[in-house]
Design a protein around this ligand. Structure first.
Ligand SMILES: C[S@@+](CC[C@H](N)C(=O)[O-])C[C@H]1O[C@@H](n2cnc3c(N)ncnc32)[C@H](O)[C@@H]1O
Length: 261
C-alpha cells in the first residue's frame, strides 16, 4: 500500500471537475486514451456471466454512464451514484435512450455505500477511474462497506490506475503521463493536456496489485483476481468476490503474474 495521502474529495471540487474538465475527459474517452473500450468489453462478459436477470449493479462515481450503456445486460437493474448533478443528468439521458432500468443517486460514493440501508442485497459493484482519489485507509474502508452490501457470491469490479511492482507514485505518474501525452497529441490542446496533468498529479493515488489484493482480502472478500492490464502497464482491472457459503480460506487467484508482482 502507498503511504501518500490523497486529499479529501469535496463536492465543490467534484463540481468544479465537471464544469471545467468534463469536456477534456470526454476527449480522453473518445480517443480511448484510458482504454475504456478494452476494459468495458471485458466487463460485458463479466456482467453477462455473473449477474442474474433482475440483479442489481451499483456503479460508484458513474459519470455520464456512457460506457456502461453499451455493455449493460438488459434485465439487470443499474444504480448509478455520482456527486455531480450534470453527470447524472447526462447519465439519465443515456440510460433512458438505451432502455436500461435505472436509478440515479446524487451522493458522495463512500457515504452512499456506508449508509446504504440494505445488507447483502446487491449483486455487483463497479468503480471505474475513481477509486484512485481515496487514500489507502479510505479505500480499505470502502471495500469493507461494499462487502456488507454485496450478496453472498457478489462481485466488486475495479478499473483504475495500478502501480507496477516497484513503481513509486512518481514512477506510475510518469508511466501514465507518457501514455496520455503520446495519445493526446493532436486531439487535446496544450492547455487541455496541462490541466489534465495538474488534475492527475493532485488527485491520483493508485495502489499496487499486491496492495489492492491485500486490501480486498483484509476487508473479507474471499477471492481477488487480476483480470486485465492495459495502457503500458499503468491501468488495470480486477475483481473481488464475496464468499458464497462456507468454504476454504481467503485466496488470491493467479489469473496472471500480477498477483505475485
Ligand atoms: C473520471 S470520472 C469516471 C466516470 C466513469 N466511472 C468512467 O468510467 O469513465 C470520475 C467521476 O467521479 C465523480 N466523483 C468523483 N469523486 C466522487 C465522490 N467522492 N463521490 C461521488 N462521485 C464522485 C465525478 O463527478 C465524475 O463523474
Amino acid at each position: 500500500m502507498v503511504n501518500e495521502s490523497a486529499g479529501p474529495q469535496k463536492a465543490e471540487d467534484v463540481g468544479e471537475f465537471f464544469s471545467s474538465a468534463w469536456t477534456v475527459y470526454r476527449k480522453c474517452l473518445e480517443t480511448n486514451m484510458l482504454r475504456h473500450r478494452e476494459f468495458f468489453s471485458l466487463l460485458w462478459k463479466e456482467l453477462n456471466s455473473r449477474i442474474p436477470p433482475g440483479g442489481v449493479v451499483v456503479d460508484l462515481a458513474c459519470g455520464d454512464a456512457s460506457h456502461v450503456i453499451s455493455v449493460f445486460p438488459k434485465g439487470v437493474q443499474y444504480l448509478g451514484v455520482d456527486l455531480a448533478k450534470p453527470a447524472l443528468d447526462l447519465a439519465s439521458h443515456n440510460l433512458k435512450s438505451a432502455g436500461i432500468v435505472h436509478q440515479l443517486v446524487q451522493e458522495e460514493f463512500q457515504s452512499f455505500v456506508k449508509n446504504y440501508p440494505g445488507e447483502a442485497c446487491i449483486d455487483g459493484v463497479l468503480i471505474s477511474y475513481s477509486l484512485h482519489h481515496l487514500d489507502s485507509m479510505s479505500k480499505n474502508k470502502l471495500f469493507i462497506d461494499i462487502l456488507r452490501i454485496l450478496k453472498p457470491g457478489g462481485t466488486l469490479w475495479v478499473i483504475d490506475g495500478i502501480r507496477q511492482h516497484g513503481d513509486t507514485r512518481d514512477k506510475w505518474l510518469e508511466r501514465l503521463w507518457n501514455l496520455m501525452s503520446r495519445e493526446g497529441e493532436g486531439h487535446l490542446s496544450h492547455a487541455e493536456l496541462s490541466g489534465l496533468k495538474e488534475h492527475i498529479w493532485k488527485s491520483d493515488f493508485p495502489e499496487s496489485c499486491p496492495g489492492y489484493a491485500a486490501m480486498a482480502l483484509q476487508a473479507g472478500f474471499e477471492i481477488w483476481e487480476f483480470l486485465l492490464e492495459e495502457g503500458d502497464g499503468a491501468l488495470g482491472m480486477f475483481r473481488a468476490l464475496k464468499r458464497k457459503a462456507k468454504g476454504p480460506a481467503n485466496q488470491v487467484c493467479a489469473a496472471s503474474n500480477k498477483t505475485n508482482a
